[in-house]
Write a protein that binds this ligand. Structure first.
Ligand SMILES: Cc1cc2nc3c(=O)[nH]c(=O)nc-3n(C[C@H](O)[C@H](O)[C@H](O)COP(=O)(O)OP(=O)(O)OC[C@H]3O[C@@H](n4cnc5c(N)ncnc54)[C@H](O)[C@@H]3O)c2cc1C
Ligand code: FES
Ligand code: FES
Length: 510
């Protein structure tokens, strides 16, 4: 049985029955709907030319709007959702939306490739701060939040300053005359909601979107080879860049129980379908030391679509969330058929792309211990080393933690990405630290021990020697930032502030 894909687009409910399962939202827009305002730059989620906004009903019956990359989202994932593109911003009387007006006034309108994507990222931010309507709930983002919202939009030729100016300016302009009617949209989306698994089929390829964990478990039990699709920020590229045939897909974005974050006893349980953005937003409340890693994980549209469960399940050796989670003592919950089991996250990774997860099993949740009891004395840091500050893949990703017992180190945990075929703990370095004092001599010994723990590879991101040296230096930095009687401030170095101060000093000297 196949059902049409139903979603809201351009003031109407669209029903699509004849699109391949992996037809991207971008292909639909440009080739089928002829909405060519949305552009293709890279087709791999990097440039932001294809940025659109997707609306979905939230837990309170309102609508959550998220900027995502249309080039790597498959059309059936839109079922039950709303799609907005740059064509939707113009007002019925032809007037420009404040986002567009601000871009004109600040000379921020650039080439036809990047501008529509910038507009949609700005619109998502504008809506998030309640400016689509007149009212008391309007807020203005900080400059940091603003640049964070634009990290997924690249311009290869001119620059960003007029765009940032426009993003500030748009909050000073009057609200649009005809904003999106969120209440009506919520009712429309409710009418599209399905009671049971959404089933779609094209050319023999099947796409299922179950609504419960039991239904998902049943599908995986009966057809273990069916591939799980979550945020599509890894899987999408297998199609757009590698032209791979994926076979049948089961999409977890409609499984309500996988979209929750719950505090249970001394654990934070993050459902496998929770976006990277929402997961880090919650984790950073407990562990503010994760903030930099959060903001440097891909870009906002990728974090909006991608899930923490997908990052953990994919288990890339250069994935960013695993080292931090392992250092925090996270556990992963797996489900296969009727059975659920959990294991320390580091034990999930057996060898390169090989996991302790049977074909019919899937990730249900990631559990992270909270900062209670002796963990109140936890010292913890994560560091990402990449060629570009924003939106880049790690050459080395480091995470360190221990419980401070006076000067003594208890339960040290060190985990690295980019140093081995899997995200991996540093057993030798940890044993040097265990119960020793948090002094420079101990740290230097542990730095040497890292050479026993890792034999990294050389690739286009870094050489083996660079990786090992960088790994040692991150451990030293951890000590500098967390040692007792520390003459340096104890919070993480604000690299941007340091860079800005250096630039200022250089300018003053010139
Ligand atoms: C432009 C760009 C930048 C990126 N930058 C970063 C970065 O800075 N750091 C980083 O770590 N990653 C980065 N990524 C990779 C990607 O965003 C993450 O790995 C993301 O968390 C994957 O989650 P997803 O939900 O999109 O997974 P998907 O792509 O949907 O799935 C990934 C894999 O996991 C499996 N899977 C998903 N969910 C489950 C589950 N619940 N149970 C079992 N298997 C499951 C899928 O079958 C698939 O094999 C980037 C990707 C792009 C395109
Ligand atoms: S086309 Fe570059 S991010 Fe989609
Ligand atoms: S990519 Fe559009 S102006 Fe640079």
């Amino acid at each position: 049985m196949t059902q049409p894909i139903r979603f809201y687009h351009r003031n109407a409910i669209r029903e699509i029955s004849d699109a391949p399962v992996t037809r991207t939202v971008l292909q639909y827009l440009r080739e089928d709907a002829r909405c060519t305002g949305t552009k293709e730059g890279c087709a791999e989620g990097d440039c932001g030319a294809c940025t659109v906004v997707v609306g979905e009903r939230d837990e309170l019956g309102g609508v959550r709007f998220k900027a995502v990359n249309a080039c790597i989202q498959f059309l059936p994932t839109l079922d039950g959702r709303a799609l907005f593109t740059v064509e939707d911003l113009r007002q019925p009387d032809g007037a420009l939306h404040p986002v567009q007006q601000a871009l004109v006034e600040c000379h921020g309108s650039q080439c036809g490739f990047c501008t529509p994507g910038f507009v949609m990222s700005m619109w998502a931010l504008y809506k998030k701060h309640g400016h689509e309507y007149h009212g008391a709930n309007r807020t203005v983002p900080t400059r940091e939040e603003l640049s964070n919202a634009l990290t997924g939009n690249l311009c290869r030729c001119t620059g960003y300053r007029p765009i940032v100016d426009a993003a500030l300016r748009m909050f000073q302009l009057p609200a649009p005359a005809a904003p999106v009617d969120t209440a009506a949209l919520s009712r429309t989306l409710l009418s599209l909601e399905r009671d049971a698994t959404f089933q779609y089929e094209h050319s023999g390829q099947r796409f299922a979107a179950p609504r419960t964990v039991d239904a998902l478990a049943q599908i995986k039990q009966q057809q273990p080879a069916t591939r799980i699709l979550a945020g599509s920020t890894d899987v999408g590229l297998w199609v757009t860049r590698q032209m791979r045939e994926l076979g049948d897909l089961v999409y977890i974005g409609q499984v309500a129980d996988l979209q929750t974050i719950e505090a249970i006893d001394e654990w934070l349980c993050i459902g496998a379908g929770v976006s990277v953005e929402a997961a880090y937003a919650e984790l950073a409340k407990h562990y503010p030391e994760l903030t930099e890693m959060w903001l440097r994980f891909a870009s906002l549209p990728i974090r909006n679509a991608g899930t923490l469960g997908g990052n953990v399940a994919n288990g890339s050796p250069i994935g960013d969330s695993m080292p931090g989670l392992i250092a925090l003592g996270a556990r992963v919950v797996l489900r296969g058929g009727e059975l659920e089991r959990e294991l320390p996250l580091e034990d999930l990774y057996v060898a390169y792309q090989k996991k302790d997860m049977a074909e019919h099993e899937f990730v249900v949740a990631v559990k992270v211990p909270t900062r209670t009891g002796t963990r109140a004395n936890l010292r913890f840091r994560t560091y990402k080393i990449s060629k570009r500050f924003d939106s880049d893949i790690s050459a080395v990703c480091a995470a360190f933690s221990f419980i401070a017992d006076g000067d003594a180190i208890r339960e040290p945990r060190i985990a690295f990405g980019g140093m081995a075929a899997t995200p991996k703990r540093a057993a030798h370095a940890e044993s040097v630290l265990q119960d020793a004092d948090w002094h420079e001599a101990t740290v230097r010994a542990a730095m040497l021990a890292l050479a026993k723990d890792y034999a990294p590879l050389s690739d286009m991101r870094a050489t083996d020697a660079y990786r090992l040296e960088a790994a040692k230096n991150t451990l030293y930095r951890f000590w500098l930032e967390t040692r007792s009687h520390d003459p340096l401030p104890k919070q993480a170095l604000d690299v941007r502030a340091v860079e800005a101060a250096c630039a200022q000093a250089a300018a003053a000297a010139a």
